[in-house]
Design a protein around this ligand. Structure first.
Ligand code: AMP
Ligand code: MG
Length: 472
């Protein structure tokens, strides 16, 4: 083996209660689809040849130093507590400390059944693997905190979903896979020693300045408030903001039925399993507060003085909506070219968004076109934009370099849902060129790339994706 991963596995040194040791289950005929060489360098991985990469990231060959395990967690799914989830189709191979000094998990997803698989087959099919690869790397290029994709491998096996589908394994990299649900499982079971141990671990790994459980709560609140504001600013809808998909490190995690807005409407929902719209675009800030409140409830269980803890935790959680609002405002101010704050900014932005919703304006293209004569063309009634622009121009007279600010805040390229679907359809037919093209273009989302202008186009009526399934 020339492939070398400098493992240092802190999670595997925690007590047995935190996980079940589990090797990935080998697959029939691994074929490498993609390997993220830039990310590998950051992780200090010495890559091997294509054959080795395929064998390793399919789970057929265990790299030296790996200590594979499936992590235990629980969580609220669509508001209902599920007492035991856990990695049902993933194993953590271990951790590396990157060239930037950051410790990261390396996890195989789709690597076979574990103790936590329940009714599931432990596998993933190609579609969600490629979706997560493309969208998580695009989010990273957009400057949004996210897990990343190190590799994708076809397994040469069939996975049964809506029909027979090609199987695949994704190698996911994360600052950690600690979730709100990781705390919930020990709190719900009254395993207070484990809860304390986990709290210490999370603080040491992610927030060394945080003091005690309430310090951790404050830090996670701040990270989530930043994260959700960043999602809102690019029109990202996660789709399944369950507490088991809410990262303690503040990264976007678990790309299932996620998608970006095309035409702007605050109530947009993409996931076909989210019938009530719990995880609609505009609900995401409220849900993030709800998730942090669940973390608070779990963390409190370890406090000696419960009454005082409840009071402090309540104060911490109640401050989150304002924090979210401040972060949201700062991001949307930049999107319309503002670096200073004046009375009326919030109303100016909201007025634009209302007009966009009424005029089916494309979210990404409208903001990208601000300051050009193309912005008004995004509106079914361009006068709706012109009216708004009068007040905006007046406000801009107090700004120095609004064009530069907007260019840096408004991407030209996002992974549009219809392009992601087309890419998956092609890959299932064996054509990976759309997958590679999306990765290349989306790596530079803020540069215009006129030769790739077709990827900025909203879907034609015939291209609109009718349902984004959770069938992962
Ligand atoms: P997710 O929707 O990916 O966040 O997964 C929710 C829970 O279901 C987690 O505990 C997963 O490990 C589990 N799960 C999802 N798909 C499968 C599968 N194909 N086999 C086993 N467990 C699964
Ligand atoms: Mg999940």
């Amino acid at each position: 083996m020339t492939l070398k991963i400098p493992f240092d596995n802190s999670y595997a040194r925690l007590p047995d209660a935190f996980y079940a040791r589990q090797a990935p289950v080998p697959v029939r005929a691994p074929q490498l689809i993609a390997f993220n060489a830039d990310l590998a360098r950051l992780l200090d991985i010495a890559p091997g040849d294509v054959h080795e990469l395929a064998e390793t990231f399919a789970g057929n060959a265990l790299p030296a130093g790996a200590e594979p395990l499936a992590q235990l967690y629980s969580g609220h799914q669509f508001g209902n507590y599920n007492p035991q989830l856990g990695d049902g189709r993933a194993v953590l191979l271990g951790e590396t400390v990157g060239t930037d000094g950051v410790r990261r998990d390396i996890q195989l997803k789709g690597s076979g059944p574990t103790l936590f698989s329940r009714q599931g087959d432990g596998r993933a099919w190609l579609g969600p693997v490629l979706r997560e690869y493309v969208v998580s790397e695009a989010m990273h290029a957009l400057g949004i905190q996210t897990t990343r994709a190190l590799a994708a491998v076809e397994t040469g096996e069939i996975v049964l979903r809506e029909g027979p589908m090609p199987g695949a394994v994704l190698t996911r990299v994360a600052r950690s896979h600690l979730r709100v649900g990781t705390f919930q499982v020990f709190a719900a079971r009254g395993q207070i020693d484990s809860l304390r141990r986990l709290t210490e671990y999370a603080i040491a790994r992610h927030y060394p300045q945080a003091e005690g459980p309430m310090g951790l709560l404050r830090a996670v609140r701040d990270a989530q408030a930043q994260l959700i504001a960043s999602w809102m600013s690019v029109g990202f809808i996660h789709g399944v903001m369950n507490t088991d998909n809410c990262s303690v490190a503040g990264e976007t995690i678990d790309y299932g039925p996620c998608a970006f807005l095309d035409s702007y409407h605050p109530n947009t929902v993409y996931s076909s399993i989210d019938r009530a719209g719990r995880y609609a675009y505009s609900n995401q800030p409220d849900i993030a507060v709800w998730n942090v409140a669940q973390l608070a409830t779990a963390l409190i269980q370890q406090m000696e003085d419960k009454e005082a803890a409840v009071e402090e935790a309540t104060e911490i959680v109640h401050a989150m909506p304002d924090l979210l609002q401040q972060n949201w405002l700062a991001r949307f101010q930049a999107k319309i070219g503002l670096t200073t704050t004046r009375d009326g900014d919030q109303e100016l932005i909201s007025d634009l968004l209302v007009r966009m919703a009424q005029n089916q304006a494309d979210f990404t293209n409208t903001f990208r076109a601000l300051g050009t004569d193309k912005a008004r063309d995004q509106f079914t009634d361009p006068l709706a934009f012109d009216e708004w622009a009068v007040g905006w121009q007046a406000r801009l007279s107090h700004e120095e370099a609004p064009t530069e600010v907007m260019q840096a805040a408004n991407p030209a390229f996002i992974p549009r849902n219809h392009r992601v679907e087309q890419m998956i359809e092609a890959a299932v037919q064996g054509d990976y060129s759309p997958f590679h093209r999306l990765n290349t273009v989306l790596a530079q989302p803020f540069s215009d790339q006129p030769e790739n202008a077709d990827l900025t186009r909203p879907p034609l009526e015939s291209e609109v994706v009718q349902a984004t399934f959770c069938g992962t």
